[in-house]
Write a protein that binds this ligand. Structure first.
Ligand code: PXG
Length: 460
């Protein structure tokens, strides 16, 4: 790469002239210029000016094994030399997706044994939507095609994934969503629980919103419910323990399929291979992407439960769906090696028994008492810090999200890369973080909160 021949301002000028970034206010970015991240190693990313940042977001919730893994580069290199590409259409296959599918069937919940590949979480959610509707058509019930989702859900950015998601701003720009998708309340107690309502009762009430939607539409018209086990982009919203088992009970009662979107939670983040295992539920589909390759290659896998795959195979007939890069041999080779690393290094057990609990303790002991912090929450190695103006009344700063952005900017200046979404500060570190890394993050976040508090107090 020859970027070293360019200064930061030159790169920024070229960036502004030619590059339309994702989820970006293009006018705003052109005023500020982009930060150039030029290399990374272990838990750190480095910008063009030589600043080292502790990456609290594992890239974008994906680099679970951390940066600088030569084995992954070598797996890609070897596969590219051997066979860079061939498709899996027209009765062909290549070995790496075949072997990866076997591995995924081994680590997935027992009733899940088949895999459909894409290159992104959005694509795999499109697949999931098409597949559950196709399933009911094959079962002779094509009218059973409504899908129930939640407000604030994020399922990706294609038209179908945006329609499945519950982000109102995204819907406004869509100019017409995929029909027959309904949204109900999210299970976020801090904002939505009634005064005096226990977490347990709130979880049951949030699940009942799903049942109410099923009954309103008529169960005979409802194909599936889709949800992230823990909402990620919506702000690491962790449902009460009562929620998911109740959702599963409701889905079974009304013969509605259960679709989990584990694009963020999959591959170890919650302390199990999949959050389905953490929550003790048996979904019919699990959408995965991101950490499947730790972000070293674009790859997604829709894990398909036996109920659906049995019908698909037994009834036959072509499923008119797939992508050029479904089962890409290089991406699958990298995924196989990545899963091997996660396994060999015991990263998931570490999250469950050591770093996950230590991370929760750090947030509670070092962050939750801060005057700007309304709530801290975490599950495994994903967490959030809720920024408020008033701890007691939970009043927010105005405009919404501005205080979290102030904290984020200070955090970055302290060498801590983290993300603000609404009034939540988000953390989703690589699973290689140790207790020492967690302590380092705690120091930097605490400092950023103090500096933001000083700014916000001055502004009052
Ligand atoms: N489902 C979930 C739960 C996700 O978090 C997708 C699907 C879509 O995946 P692709 O690979 O198509 O992006 C995601 C992606 C953020 C942020 O700001 C989160 C995602 C993507 C971009 C930004 O937190 N998640």
């Amino acid at each position: 790469m020859t970027y070293q021949n360019f200064s930061l301002s030159q790169l920024q000028a070229i960036d502004s002239a030619h590059y339309l970034h994702p989820f970006t206010d293009h006018k705003d970015l052109r005023a500020s210029g982009a930060r150039m991240i030029v290399r990374a190693d272990g838990p750190f990313i480095y910008d063009s000016e030589g600043h080292a940042l502790l990456d609290g977001m594992a890239g974008l919730w994906c680099v679970n094994v951390g940066y600088g893994r030569n084995e992954l580069a070598e797996a890609a290199y070897e596969q590219m030399k051997e066979l860079p590409y061939y498709n899996s259409f027209f009765r062909c296959a290549t070995p790496t997706p075949v072997l990866l599918s076997k591995k995924l069937a081994e680590i997935a919940p027992n009733h899940i044994n088949q895999v459909f590949y894409g290159s992104s979480g959005s694509e795999s959610n499109d697949t999931a939507l098409r597949l559950v509707r196709h399933y009911w058509a094959l079962e002779g019930k094509p009218e059973k095609n409504i899908i129930i989702s939640r407000n604030m859900a994020y399922h990706g950015s294609t038209v179908a994934a945006t329609s499945l998601g519950g982000m109102s701003g995204m819907h406004e720009q869509l100019g017409g969503a995929v029909p027959n998708i309904k949204h109900v309340m999210m299970p976020y107690a801090y904002e939505l629980a009634l005064p005096g309502e226990s977490d347990h009762d709130f979880g049951l009430r949030a699940a009942k919103a799903v049942e109410d939607a099923i009954l309103e539409a008529g169960a005979e018209n409802v194909a599936a419910f889709i949800g992230e086990p823990i909402m990620g982009a919506g702000g690491v919203k962790i449902p009460p323990a009562s929620y998911w088992p109740e959702i599963q009970r409701i889905c079974r009662k009304h013969d509605v399929l259960l679709m989990l979107d584990e694009v963020i939670t999959g591959y170890g983040r919650t302390g199990e291979w999949f959050a389905a295992q953490s929550m003790g539920i048996e979904p019919d589909t699990i959408t995965t992407a991101k950490a499947l390759t730790s972000g070293y290659q674009p790859l997604s896998a829709l894990l398909v439960g036996d109920r659906i795959s049995k019908t698909l195979v037994e009834k036959g007939g072509e499923f008119y769906h797939g992508y050029t890069y479904s089962g890409h041999p290089v991406a699958c080779a990298v995924a196989l090696k990545n899963l091997e690393i996660i396994e060999n290094e015991g990263l998931i057990e570490r999250v469950k028994n050591d770093t996950g609990p230590y991370f929760a303790k750090m947030l509670k002991e070092r962050i939750s008492g801060h005057p700007l912090v309304g709530e801290v929450r975490s599950f495994g190695l994903m967490g959030a810090i809720e920024i408020v103006k008033d701890k007691a009344t939970r009043e927010r700063f105005q405009p919404e999200g501005s205080a979290a952005v102030a904290v984020r900017d200070h955090a970055i200046a302290q060498g801590m890369m983290m993300r603000a979404t609404g009034d939540s500060m988000i953390l989703s570190p690589p699973l290689i973080w140790t207790r020492e890394t967690i302590d380092m993050a705690g120091d930097r976040i605490a400092k950023a909160l103090d500096l933001a508090l000083a700014d916000l107090s001055k502004a009052k």
